[in-house]
Design a protein around this ligand. Structure first.
Ligand SMILES: Cc1cc2nc3c(=O)[nH]c(=O)nc-3n(C[C@H](O)[C@H](O)[C@H](O)COP(=O)(O)OP(=O)(O)OC[C@H]3O[C@@H](n4cnc5c(N)ncnc54)[C@H](O)[C@@H]3O)c2cc1C
Length: 401
């Protein structure tokens, strides 16, 4: 009997395993997960789980029962140590060795850490896993002071959740704007305003020059000289792909496992999907995404291609975030190097910002306008040609379809 092994037990792994079965694969499927939980999704960790509105079961993507029904073997709490490509074997840290016919690397990414000031401080948290979220949640509470270091999505979502819990929240960011890598400046400014309107302080251009406290951080000193007293620090300064197991096995990597459009690595029996996969396409630099939709869709596509279906993967660029009561979604290229933008006013402070390049719609951000996203998707898929400002001004966006 053929056996397919999936290293990593998150979003991409769960969808790959389920797809193998739904596509008719009858062989053995084993998921190797170093975490103690059945595959779960991470977006609720910085939102509902942190707020106490969802628990371990609320985030599960593949329960023990569902896995048993699908004859998917899941090994929890065991790290895959190495891959022997010649023998087609995965070695676990326990010493066990498992033979594979096809292998999927779905090891995700991990939080980038800041040592130095923050090393060995018990009130400094990173947020990647359910255990991280549960440990952080235990430290949150009304009246306490939280500092998010880094104004990326995780730092901002945690600050928003902390405010909902009645905490004081400050976001400290070295750059002069928030979400600088993912958002155009004016959308970043609108998001910063949203935070300020909810009482979160945003400190931009702020380095951390000193930290006081022995076991715990008691205060942070910023480059402005200001000192911030703090009860809980959350560091959200990006993620690093867990591609070491591939690199050490001689598989090509470059900030992720390099894959072709079929999600196949430089070894034709080994595929990669999710945060760890860096896909080469169209001659440009490899694209590696750290989003829920990409992990799911690449898991599905990789599974099909492990079965020899040869279906090219079309990147799913959709991303969302929830902060306070505002839903933010984006799709396509929202920060093209050149081009123009059209902004459509929504309800309250909401808006949808369309990116236009060479007279074509190439991407959009729906800020507090979730219903626009369904229309944007259809406009993008039909290659909407922009000849006027109707995207911004048409009374009904659907009429442009
Ligand atoms: C707090 C948080 C909030 C997020 N919010 C959003 C959001 O709102 N919207 C959005 O689009 N995206 C969001 N994301 C991103 C999204 O969750 C990720 O892109 C997605 O989880 C990636 O899935 P994955 O399967 O590639 O990796 P992961 O979900 O990280 O799973 C990989 C698993 O493999 C395990 N592993 C690694 N190495 C080994 C090994 N050698 N042996 C065994 N197991 C191993 C890891 O421990 C992990 O359990 C969020 C992420 C986080 C952390």
């Amino acid at each position: 009997m053929e056996r397919f092994i999936i290293v990593g037990g998150g979003q991409a792994a769960a969808f790959a395993a389920k797809t193998l079965r739904s596509e008719g694969f009858e062989g053995g499927i084993t998921i190797l997960s170093e975490e103690p939980y059945y595959p779960y999704e991470r977006p609720p960790l910085s939102k509902a789980v942190l707020q106490g509105a969802a628990d371990v079961h609320g985030t599960c993507l593949l329960t023990e029962e569902a896995a048993a029904d699908l004859r998917i073997e899941i090994t929890l709490g065991q790290r895959a140590r190495s891959i022997d490509r010649e023998q087609r074997v995965v070695h676990l840290e326990t010493g066990e060795a498992l033979q594979y016919d096809r292998l999927l690397i779905a090891t995700g990414s991990r939080a980038r850490r800041i040592d130095g000031h923050f090393a060995n401080k018990s009130n400094v948290f990173y947020l990647r896993t359910l255990d991280d979220a549960l440990a952080l949640r235990a430290k949150l509470g009304s009246g306490k002071r939280l500092v998010s270091v880094g104004a990326g999505w995780i730092g901002l979502e945690v600050a928003a959740t902390a405010r909902k819990l009645g905490m004081e929240a400050t976001v400290v960011e070295l750059a002069d704007r928030i979400c600088g890598r993912s958002l155009p400046a004016e959308v970043g400014a609108a998001l910063a305003d949203l935070h300020r309107s909810h009482g979160t302080r945003i400190c931009l251009g702020a380095g951390i020059t000193a930290v006081s406290g022995a076991d715990q951080v008691e205060s942070l000193t910023l480059s402005s000289g200001e000192t911030l007293p703090v009860d809980v620090v959350v560091v959200g300064v990006g993620a690093i792909p867990n591609d070491e197991i591939a690199r050490e096995a001689g598989i090509e990597t470059a900030n992720g496992v390099l894959v072709d459009e079929f999600l196949r690595s430089s070894d034709p029996l080994i595929f990669a999907a999710g945060d760890v996969a860096a896909m080469r396409s169209g001659g440009g630099p490899p694209i590696r995404m750290e989003t829920w939709a990409n992990a799911q869709d690449q898991g599905v596509a990789a599974a099909r291609n492990m079965l020899g279906r040869d279906v090219p993967y079309t990147p799913n660029t959709w991303f969302w975030s929830d902060q306070y009561d505002v839903n933010i979604q984006m799709i396509g290229n929202v920060q093209p190097a050149a081009g123009t933008a059209l902004t459509r006013k929504g309800e309250g402070n909401g808006f949808t910002r369309f990116s236009v390049v060479d007279g074509r719609l190439v991407g959009a951000i729906c800020f507090g306008c979730p219903r626009d996203m369904a229309i944007v998707r259809r406009l993008l898929s039909k290659g909407y040609v922009v000849t006027d400002d109707a995207l911004a001004t048409a009374p009904d966006l659907r009429k442009l379809l």
